[in-house]
Design a binder for this molecule. Structure first.
Ligand SMILES: NC(=O)c1ccc[n+]([C@@H]2O[C@H](COP(=O)([O-])OP(=O)(O)OC[C@H]3O[C@@H](n4cnc5c(N)ncnc54)[C@H](O)[C@@H]3O)[C@@H](O)[C@H]2O)c1
Length: 335
C-alpha cells in the first residue's frame, strides 16, 4: 500500500516552502495556511531584484504582493548562498516543498541555470535527511523536450539548460533514494501550469493570462502560426497544489508527472477566453521565434494515479472559468 487514504495533516508541523513568493509556492502556502491553521510555514525566497538575464527577463520573479495575507514566517534569501541558507539550521522541518528555481525556460546561461537549480538541491536533500523530513520538489515537463507523447518517466530528452537542470535534479534525487531507503522524496514534473499569482512572472506567465489581457484590452490575441496544431497539457494550479499535498501521503518516493493527460491547443485557450469574456475578436498569427519548441505534450499520469492517488479535477474550460475573476481584477489594477 503506497498511498495513505487520509490526507496528510500539516497541523503542528513545520513546513518549508522555497520559492514561496512565486506562483506555485505562494498558492501552496495559502492552501496550507487556510486548511491547517496550526501549521508553522516558513517561506524562503530571494524575491526579485532589478537584475535581468540577457533575454531581458528578471532573474527571479518572487513578489511580496503574492504574500499579502500570509501570516507565517518569511526569509529573504538566495538558494545559491550558503550563508543565507544557514538560517534554516534553526528549524527542524517535517515537510520541505522546494519550488525555488530559475523558472524561466529561456535562460541559456548554462552555468547560472544549472548552478541555481541543481547545486542548491544538494542542500535541501541533506536537510531532508538531517530532519527526517519529506521532500517534495518541482521538476518539469521540460525534461522531456520533444520526446514522443504521452511523455513517460524514463524517456527524457531535455532541449535547454532549464530542462537539463530538472532532469539532473531527478537523477540526483533517485540516487539519494537508492542510498537512503527510509527517505521520502517526490519529484513532480509539472506540465504547463496556469492560475492566480502567476502575473508577476511577467512574459513567462502562462498564455492564459497573456491572451486574457490582450482580449480585455480589445486587442486581437496573438498566436503563433499553426497554433491550432500545437497541443500542450495545461494544468490548473489547484490540481498542482493537490498533487503536492497528495505526495505527502504516499510512501513511494519517485518522479511523477503532473498534468491532465488531455492536451489542448493554444487556439482552444483563446476560444474559451473569448466565450467567457463575450468577445469575438480575430486572431493574429505571428511567426514562432523559438527553436526547441514543444509542439505536443501529454502527461502519462498512470503512476501518479496509482501511487499518489492523483486525478486532475479541472478541464481547461473549468480552470479558465475559475481563473477569470483574477484575470479581470489584475487587468483593472494594472491597465
Ligand atoms: N509554472 C509552470 O508551468 C511550471 C512548470 C514546470 C515546472 N515548474 C517549476 O515549479 C517551480 C515554481 O515555479 P513557478 O511557476 O511558481 O515560478 P516562479 O518563478 O513564480 O517561482 C519561483 C520562485 O523561486 C524564487 N527564486 C528564484 N531563484 C531563487 C534563488 N536563487 N534563491 C531563492 N529563491 C529563488 C523566485 O523569486 C520565485 O518566487 C519552479 O521550480 C519551476 O521550475 C513550473
Amino acid at each position: 500500500m503506497c498511498v495513505n487514504k487520509e490526507k496528510f495533516n500539516f497541523n503542528k508541523k513545520t513546513i518549508l516552502i522555497t520559492g514561496g513568493a512565486g506562483f506555485i509556492g505562494s498558492n501552496l502556502a495559502f492552501y496550507i495556511q487556510n486548511k491547517f491553521p496550526q501549521a508553522k510555514i516558513v517561506i524562503f525566497d530571494c524575491f526579485r531584484s532589478e537584475e535581468k538575464f540577457s533575454n531581458g527577463n528578471l532573474k527571479s520573479f518572487g513578489h511580496y504582493n503574492n504574500l499579502i495575507g500570509f501570516n507565517g514566517e518569511v526569509i529573504c534569501g538566495n538558494i545559491n548562498n550558503r550563508n543565507d541558507l544557514k538560517i534554516l539550521d534553526n528549524y527542524h522541518f517535517d515537510v520541505i516543498f522546494h519550488q525555488a528555481a530559475i523558472s524561466d525556460t529561456r535562460v541559456y546561461d548554462q552555468e547560472e541555470v544549472i548552478k541555481t537549480n541543481l547545486n542548491s538541491f544538494y542542500f535541501f536533500l541533506e536537510k531532508t535527511i538531517q530532519d527526517n523530513a519529506k521532500l517534495i520538489y518541482a521538476s518539469s515537463a521540460a525534461t522531456y523536450g520533444s520526446a514522443k507523447s504521452p511523455q513517460s518517466i524514463g524517456d527524457e530528452y531535455p532541449e535547454n539548460p532549464y530542462g537539463y537542470s530538472k532532469y539532473a535534479m531527478d537523477n540526483l534525487a533517485r540516487e539519494y533514494v537508492s542510498k537512503n531507503k527510509n527517505i521520502s522524496i517526490f519529484g513532480l514534473r509539472y506540465f504547463n501550469v496556469y492560475g492566480p499569482n502567476e502575473f508577476y512572472k511577467d512574459k513567462t506567465a502562462s498564455t492564459v493570462i497573456q491572451f486574457g489581457h490582450q482580449i480585455l484590452g480589445g486587442k486581437n490575441p496573438k498566436l503563433f502560426h499553426n497554433s491550432d496544431k500545437i497541443f500542450r497539457d495545461f494544468i490548473y494550479i489547484d490540481d498542482v497544489i493537490n498533487a503536492n499535498i497528495l505526495a505527502c501521503s504516499s510512501s513511494r518516493s519517485g518522479v511523477y508527472n503532473v498534468g491532465t493527460s488531455t492536451p489542448r491547443s493554444f487556439l482552444d485557450i483563446v476560444n474559451i477566453l473569448q466565450g467567457l469574456l463575450g468577445t469575438s475578436l480575430d486572431v493574429d498569427y505571428i511567426p514562432n521565434p523559438y527553436s526547441g519548441y514543444q509542439n505536443y505534450t501529454c502527461a502519462d499520469i498512470s503512476d501518479s494515479v496509482k501511487f499518489l492517488n492523483f486525478t486532475p479535477k479541472f478541464s481547461l474550460e473549468e480552470g479558465i472559468k475559475s481563473y477569470i475573476p483574477e484575470i479581470k481584477k489584475i487587468f483593472l489594477e494594472f491597465s
